[in-house]
Design a protein around this ligand. Sequence first.
Ligand code: ZN
Ligand code: ZN
Ligand code: ZN
Length: 111
Amino acid sequence: MIQVILLKQQDHTKLMAQQRKELLNLLMHATHCRTTSSDPCSNPKCLQMKRLFGHARKCSIRSSGGCQQCQKVWYILKLHAEICRQTDCCVPRCKDLKNYLELQAGKPSGK
Ligand SMILES: [Zn+2]
Ligand SMILES: [Zn+2]
Ligand SMILES: [Zn+2]
């Protein structure tokens, strides 16, 4: 609880960083979480995250077509891939995204 109070006194950037950290923690949790509908997870946000990823798997619009839910999934995955240093990471699409980010970084400025 003390942390929550401290957070309120911090600036916006730090709050965003904290939110990002929570998102990433949640992503890692949901990736490893093996609960089912008959044995649901105690973390309600875990269910939300799983639903989001379940959507992304069967969505026909996709983020390139402007689907906001899919864009959110990619945003979270990208956040993770940027800091992930595991070569055998079990987060979906992590390897693909790391390759993609490397390509982007290696490109000369412009196009
Ligand atoms: Zn869970
Ligand atoms: Zn979608
Ligand atoms: Zn990863």
